[in-house]
Write a protein that binds this ligand. Structure first.
Ligand code: ATP
Ligand code: MG
Length: 576
């Protein structure tokens, strides 16, 4: 590609509305432009990276026996009503009517459409296992679209859906996708983890998220430093603590704690550390049910664990008014003892290990000290309710400690069981001619989000450092002085030689100062750069620079070309 005939509108200034580095750099490198909130034009350079990543995804999906198809983005409401999601999906589902007043939506995902196709076409156990995938545009009316392609409203996703005769066969399909995802993100040279993830209201079945590690990631994840356990903090299990033994239980006593509303204040006032105290929270469901959760003072409630343990679809904190009705007390002095209106009390497992602890007395400015679980208060259930913390013992192995990371969710694999096949009546006839329900799995990868995540993980002060497999071009050839006919002729020859070798080259033939060219080439993150100048040419040499390491080599022309060929082959290697 000749730079002068191409379109790369780079920008010097950091755009003010871009918070994360990948968004800033994609704008500055002329990869994307915003059309409306969460809706972007993919400019030529951005599209090249997107297409590169799509090609890797396609290859690995095909290798794992998934079959490509394409479903429409406009979907009829009837299917969503059948699955029950027309009402459940909420405002993220963009709904509209056609001229005949029929309801439609823009597809945020395609379980309904594919299940409808399959229930019409798949009739026999002989037609399974089968897995369909597509790379297609989704629309989700996200409440807070942000970070460029990372959280758009319109975005490209690869989604796959597997269909199997039973749960064990579905596990097999799931494992195949799980392995394919590993290959995909490995081939892109990304530092990632597959973590156990919450399955939300679908429950029971299992799910993994693929997380690219990056400080700006929206998800907190943990991994064990000794075994393979890794999980989203939303889901990560806390290992029960050792019970406290041999402590003399003192008598319960009510104590004034004037204006001490936070657990930190209360603990300091009583001269204790927060891990010896209890904090109390009250939550509500959409249906108007309530629950009281009690945790060790230094622990953080995991709302998803609480929501799942109550079997609720949604959860929110109770209002001050509701708390007053339930406990008779203003916030800050809540506890499980002496409620005005009984609600279920759930305690985190760690509460069991406390002795002579502190709880709110459900009375303004009052707490109990020397409260002992079992003796003074008895929660309805002890369950795992807290977020794990860095350094916690691993729930799976004996010696491991949990480490915390930030991650960007780029992929998600999910065992669906019969949730959609049951709702849409997708059945097949087994070997005995008996009708059975199909088992499903679904598997998503955010295409644009992965490219953005790759930039988030690979950049420096000069710009993007693309992993070669998803770089818009493998190599650039920079002619230092476009006015020098000798330099231009030599650079052009090198360009054509590389192209012939199957290397994707951006030939910077622009009549610009070398500094401008180098800056742009750094910014757009092309992994390899050959610089052709009159001085070097006089000695028959050109310069090879590796963007990632900064390594610079002066090499004879043919040797430089061979070196580029080798480096490209190595970087693409694991795909072959
Ligand atoms: P998130 O929790 O980030 O909203 P999700 O759980 O809603 O994601 P899935 O339904 O699992 O996402 O979608 C599959 C993949 O699609 C995600 O792993 C992610 O890579 C991508 N994706 C989801 N929402 C967006 C979005 N708004 N913009 C870009 N990519 C997205
Ligand atoms: Mg997800």
């Amino acid at each position: 590609m000749f730079y002068s005939r191409y379109f790369i509108p780079t920008v010097k200034e950091t755009p003010s509305d871009a918070e994360v580095i990948s968004h800033q750099l994609m704008l500055r490198a002329g990869m994307i432009r915003k059309l409306a909130a969460g809706i972007y034009n993919y400019l030529p350079l951005g599209l090249r990276s997107i297409r590169k990543f799509e090609a890797i995804v396609r290859e690995e999906m095909n290798r794992a026996d998934a079959i490509e198809m394409l479903m429409p983005s406009v979907q009829p409401a009837e299917l969503w009503q059948e699955s029950g999601r027309w009402t459940f999906y909420g405002k993220e589902l963009l709904r509209f009517k056609d001229r005949k007043d029929n309801d439609f939506c823009m597809g945020p995902t395609h379980e309904e459409v594919i299940t409808d196709m399959v229930r019409r076409e798949i009739k026999s156990y002989r037609q399974m296992p089968i897995n369909f995938y597509q790379i297609q545009t989704k629309f989700r009316d996200e409440i807070r679209p942000r970070f460029g392609l990372m959280r758009g409203r319109e975005f490209i996703m690869k989604d796959a859906y597997s269909f199997d005769v039973d749960s064990a066969a579905a596990d097999g399909s799931y494992n195949k996708m799980f392995n394919a995802y590993h290959r995909i993100f490995e081939r892109c040279g990304l530092n990632f983890r597959a973590v156990e993830a919450d399955t939300g209201s679908i429950g029971g079945s299992s799910s993994h998220e693929f997380m690219v590690l990056a400080d700006s990631g929206e998800d907190a994840i943990v991994s064990c430093d000794a075994c393979r356990y890794a999980a989203n903090v939303e889901k990560a299990e806390a290992r029960p603590l050792q019970p406290t033994v041999g402590v003399e239980l003192l008598s319960l006593e009510k104590k004034a704690t004037p204006e001490m509303k936070t657990i930190v204040d209360v603990a300091a006032f009583l001269g204790m550390s927060t891990d010896k105290t209890i904090k109390t929270l009250v939550y509500a469901s959409d249906a108007g049910e309530f629950v009281m959760a009690i945790l060790r003072g230094d622990h953080e409630l995991n709302e998803i664990k609480l929501k799942n343990s109550m079997g609720w679809d949604e959860i929110r904190m109770a209002t001050e008014e509701e708390i007053l009705q339930i406990t008779g007390s203003p916030i800050g002095f809540l506890g499980p003892l002496g409620l005005k209106r009984p609600v279920p009390v759930l305690a985190d497992l760690a509460v069991q290990s406390l002795a002579n602890t502190v709880i709110g007395a459900n009375e303004k400015d009052m707490h109990y000290i020397n409260a002992n679980p079992g003796r003074d208060f008895a929660p309805d259930r002890y369950i795992d309710l807290r977020n794990v913390q860095s350094g916690d013992a691993c729930p799976r192995c004996e010696n491991g400690k949990l480490e915390m990371w930030r991650g960007i969710e780029v992929g998600h694999v999910f065992k669906l069981g019969t949730k959609y096949s049951q709702a849409l009546n997708a059945t097949y006839l087994d070997a005995d001619g008996k009708e059975q329900t199909i088992f499903m799995g679904c598997y998503g990868i955010g295409i644009g989000r992965t490219v953005a995540a790759a930039i988030e993980q690979n950049h420096d002060e000069n710009g993007i450092i693309f992993p070669l497999p998803i770089a818009p071009f493998h190599c650039s050839v920079v002619a230092v002085n476009a006015k020098d006919a000798g330099v231009m002729a030599a650079a052009e020859e090198i360009y054509f030689k590389l192209e012939k070798l199957g290397i994707e080259v951006l030939f910077d033939d622009r009549d610009e100062r070398p500094g401008v060219k180098f800056k742009d080439n750094d910014l757009i993150g092309i992994p390899l750069r050959l610089v052709v100048g009159s001085k070097g040419l006089a000695e028959g040499k050109i310069e090879l620079k590796v963007r990632k390491t900064g390594e610079v080599l002066q090499l004879p022309i043919e040797a430089a070309i061979e070196q580029v060929r080798q480096l490209v082959a190595d970087a693409l290697g694991c795909g072959n």
